[in-house]
Write a new protein. Structure first.
Length: 468
């Protein structure tokens, strides 16, 4: 299985004109002492850097390619001895970098100079897992990775010791969906298609589906699974003519689906709601209405709603999840705009906050992540309740990233255009029982990528520290 180290390496290329014609439309006059017929300083390079064909040290390499034209032992193709702090072959590395990962082998720090995924400081490892797109990741209690994705229908894949194993869940072109795995490792899917919310599970061995409730909305129902492996669905049913939205919770017990209304009122600001069950099996729902982030829970027997944030702002969003302690957590993004004094220029600001539901109230604090380049697109909570952010950078290069308390809330790139992800469109993350963050991503080319952080016990010392 081919592994790619997620790392961006910038190479500065210098390709000037090397013929008398120069390729620049001028008349080149040979006034230097080398053997060619071009001595001018044409700016004919891919970088726009002036480049001359002068070879001052007479080593056969012009200034265009020679990184030290005063030393004849330094030029492209020279033998590069590692450890002397001299880049003799002008590849940007002291020593021979056979795999192009920026670290020298042959006695240098790279313990496997044939594999660019192996070198000191390696953090993220990525594989092209299988063909398919729109992946959603879940990790069960045993640490097994499960992915729901599209490829000739809706499919479910598990990563076994022998590799990825895939099976068909439902055939056809299905709509938006939610995916969860229960404590026994069985899958549960809720999806919206042909005006119906449908539900499917493989707890009986094979995937079986059933219709739950008709719904004309185009937004996926939210799914959670309780300790008894029974599914719970939450969806928003909006009536534009009446100017109202009904948020509904539907639970199955003993084969019977029972609905109850979470909230009813004016049209919510966005058709999205967020839903999770806490350790006691109580439901928690969040949504945006009238610019405010609203939360409701049924822990007292009936649904009771309250406001978390009065002004969430445009394009704000949230995520809910519970840790092993059973307490409900929330992460949300608050965005707002300010107009500069004496100008019509609008500047956007955003802040990131997380909280824990304790004693019927939210304890909210700011998250330290503050990278203006990356934007959080998904948040997950591990079994200890720690927050993990999955990030996206659209310009100038599509890039997926990750941040958590373990990274000091600094963004780490996990996929970019240099790693077969120049058309990445989405990422779904999770944390396994050993605390290792994993993700799956859609590369935009009908491939699902899988990555994980750390040098796991797989028989390979990927970070060259002498320990697997």
């Amino acid at each position: 299985m081919s592994l790619l180290l997620v790392e961006t390496i910038a190479l500065l290329a210098c390709e000037g004109d090397r013929s008398g014609g120069g390729g620049d439309g001028d008349i080149d006059v040979d006034v230097d002492s080398d053997s060619d017929a071009d001595s001018d300083t044409d700016t004919g390079t891919s970088t726009g850097i002036p480049c001359t064909d002068t070879d001052e040290d007479k080593d056969g390499a012009s200034l265009c390619t020679d990184c030290d034209d005063s030393n004849p032992s330094v030029h492209p193709g020279a033998t590069d001895e590692w450890g002397n702090d001299v880049d003799e072959d002008c590849d940007g590395v002291d020593g021979i970098d056979g795999d192009g990962d920026g670290y020298a082998g042959g006695g240098g720090p790279d313990c496997d100079d044939d594999d660019p995924a192996i070198h000191p400081g390696a953090v993220w490892f990525v594989e092209r897992a299988f063909d398919g797109h729109a992946p959603k990741l879940q990790i069960d209690a045993a640490g097994m990775l499960h992915v729901l994705y599209d490829f000739g229908g809706l499919r479910h894949a598990r990563k076994a010791e022998s590799g990825w194993e895939s099976e068909l869940v439902l055939a056809g072109d299905l709509g938006e969906r939610s995916f969860r795995v229960d404590g026994d490792g069985f899958g549960h899917v809720a999806h919206l298609t042909l005006g119906e919310i449908s539900y499917a599970t493989n707890r009986g061995g094979a995937w079986l589906a059933e219709d739950v409730v008709p719904l004309e909305e185009e937004v996926a129902p939210l799914l959670a699974v309780d300790a008894a492996a029974e599914p719970h669905l939450v969806y928003a049913d909006t009536d534009p003519e009446a100017g109202s939205t009904e948020i509904v919770h539907v639970a199955r017990a003993g084969g019977t689906w029972t609905p109850d209304v979470v909230a009813f009122g004016g049209i919510i600001d966005a058709p999205y709601v967020w839903f999770a069950l806490d350790g006691a099996g109580d439901g928690h729902v969040a949504w945006v209405q009238g610019g405010a982030l609203v939360h409701a829970t049924d822990e007292s027997g009936g649904w009771v709603a309250g406001t978390i944030e009065e002004e969430l702002g445009e394009w704000g969003w949230a995520a809910l999840g519970a840790g092993a302690d059973g307490d409900m957590r929330i992460f949300y993004v608050k965005r707002w705009a300010e107009v500069g004094p004496g100008t019509d220029d609008v500047e956007w600001f955003q802040s990131y906050r997380q909280g824990t539901w304790i004693a019927d109230a939210w304890d909210i604090e700011d998250v330290g992540f503050a990278d203006d380049d990356y934007e959080p697109v998904e948040a997950t909570f591990d079994r200890d309740g720690a927050l993990h952010l999955w990030l996206f950078l659209d310009s100038p290069l599509r890039r997926m990233g990750y941040a958590s308390d373990a990274t000091g809330w600094a963004a780490e790139p996990v996929l970019d255009g240099a790693d077969e992800c120049d058309e990445c469109v989405r990422i779904s993350g999770g944390v396994d029982g050993a605390g290792v963050p994993n993700f799956v991503a859609d590369d935009g080319k009908n491939h699902t990528m899988h990555g994980w952080r750390g040098d796991g016990p797989d028989g390979v010392d990927r970070d060259c520290d002498g320990v697997d």
